[in-house]
Unconditional design. Structure first.
Length: 216
């Protein structure tokens, strides 16, 4: 059993040096215990300045192995939605609320386990630093974990969806909350799945409009 000490990431987050310094420092983070069982840190993907920042929950099994965000099944749904919203993934900044994979071993399989509030809050200094250097015009929080990290409080997606909120860090960046792309994979009925996908695409479009139309 891992030792669960959570000093929080702040002391590992460099104050200067921009995105490059953040990416370089992240592997050393010991802000919570999740680094112990993960393969590696999964930091972010995208340019150092982007008008849109998309925030997920945490890396999954495949992301943990490859060291890149959104390369597994949820990432493929996200890619489809990005295309449907007429955006370019290369122009977006993609990151996660929690930078190490949390899982439970079952035999040979590693089963995704939701990060606890303590993990989200411990990892938050990284996300705040990313917002400070990337300076997006809009943040898209995908799912309740991302929303908690960006907004600094718990929200229900259904209650805040379609509204423009503000990130809780010093920047107060316009923030929209939507579902997590993996939730789209769990809807069994095809018509409902398609409706949910289109609503997710519409949320991305709305965010792109806040970001000045292009979103790239
Ligand atoms: N789910 C996430 O929230 N992030 C990833 O990077 C992959 C899956
Ligand atoms: Fe640091 Fe976040 Fe990894 Fe915890 S999950 S060790 S706070 S980078």
């Amino acid at each position: 059993m891992a030792i669960e000490e959570r000093p929080g990431a702040q002391e590992w987050v460099p104050e200067h040096g921009g995105l490059g310094a953040l990416r370089q420092a992240a592997p050393d983070c010991r802000g919570c215990e999740l680094w112990q069982d993960a393969t590696q840190v999964v930091f972010s993907e995208g340019p150092a300045r982007a008008s849109m920042m998309l925030v997920g929950e945490q890396p999954g099994d495949q992301e943990d192995l490859e060291g890149e965000p959104f390369v597994g099944p949820a990432g493929r749904r996200l890619d489809a939605a990005i295309d449907a919203a007429r955006l370019d993934r290369n122009g977006l900044y993609l990151t996660n609320a929690v930078k190490h994979f949390r899982f439970e071993r079952r035999g040979r399989r590693r089963i995704h386990e939701k990060p606890a509030i303590g993990h989200i809050d411990a990892c938050r200094p990284w996300l705040a630093a990313e917002i400070a250097v990337v300076r997006p015009d809009v943040v898209v929080a995908m799912g309740t974990t991302a929303a908690r990290s960006v907004l600094g409080r718990n929200v229900r997606i259904g209650e805040v969806r379609g509204t423009i909120l503000e990130s809780a860090d010093a920047s107060g960046t316009p923030t929209v909350v939507t579902v997590h792309p993996s939730s789209l994979l769990r809807i069994p009925e095809e018509a409902a799945r398609e409706t949910a996908f289109q609503a997710f695409v519409a949320d991305l479009r709305r965010a792109a409009e806040i970001a000045g139309g292009g979103g790239g």
